[in-house]
Design a protein. Structure first.
Length: 253
């Protein structure tokens, strides 16, 4: 639209211009419209500049984050390498220390002991979280090696796994946790920890008759012996009712 054809009065009024205003700083309709257009253009430009700056800043933050991440990986690898090298050297020095004792060489003993102490001081220390994790892994590995039933008896292992959160919630940790976990499993399944040559008398009901029951009925009485033990253990610990266990158990048809 050509400039002479524009109705500045109408445009100005639409933008809030008051033609009846006669106070200070009064401007005509054309000036009002043109001033508004300039302000709008500047605002658009400023928004564009601001957007570019924000994008640049976001790029720098992302780059810095990635750099920190990579440095963290590098630093961790460096520390691990140093720990490994120091540990290897300490092992060698301890052998030299033992030889110095055997040889009665006091100077060699003193020198070797000092070097060992220096290496241990230089050895990067683990954070509390790392130290706790390592201690826990060591206890867990030892516990599994001493309780092979966890690897060989799925029923006991499942029961033990179900106890974990409860035992922790009750405040047991470290060695106390594993001791309490073992105690509860043995308490719930005492027969599994008796002499393997124990009598089969429990499979015979009063009167000397073996209970057969109706194999088609999905009842507690028709559960296999190991399933009954598992059910009793779960019920005792409050995980589920006997009825719930029977309902979920897959009977052989």
């Amino acid at each position: 639209m050509a400039e002479e054809e524009r109705n500045y009065e109408e445009e100005a009024v639409a933008q809030g211009y008051n033609p009846d205003y006669d106070g200070p700083n009064k401007v005509d309709a054309k000036t009002f419209v043109e001033k508004g257009e300039k302000i709008a253009a500047i605002a658009v430009k400023d928004r564009g500049v601001l957007r570019d700056k924000v994008e640049q800043l976001e790029g720098k933050v992302e780059s810095l984050t990635e750099s920190n991440r990579e440095f963290g990986k590098y630093h961790k690898k460096t520390i691990e390498a140093q720990r490994k090298a120091n540990a290897t050297r300490i092992g060698e020095l301890e052998a030299e220390l033992a030889q110095a004792v055997t040889d009665g060489d006091g100077q060699a003993y003193t020198r070797t002991r000092a070097e060992i102490n220096d290496l241990k001081t230089e050895l990067p220390q683990l954070s509390d979280e790392q130290a706790n994790a390592q201690a826990w892994d060591k206890l867990a590995t030892q516990w599994v090696s001493e309780n092979q039933w966890y690897n060989t008896n799925p029923t006991l292992a499942t029961f033990a796994d179900g106890l974990q959160e409860r035992v922790v919630a009750e405040g047991y940790n470290g060695q106390a946790y594993f001791t309490e976990l073992t105690r509860r499993v043995k308490e719930a399944f005492p027969d599994d920890f008796k002499n393997p040559n124990r009598s089969n008398a429990n499979s015979v009901e009063d009167g000397g008759q073996i209970s057969t029951g109706d194999s088609k009925e999905h009842t507690y009485a028709n559960l296999p012996a190991d399933a009954k033990k598992a059910c009793d253990g779960f019920v005792k610990e409050g995980f589920m009712t006997r009825e719930d266990y029977v309902a979920e158990y897959e009977f052989e048809e």
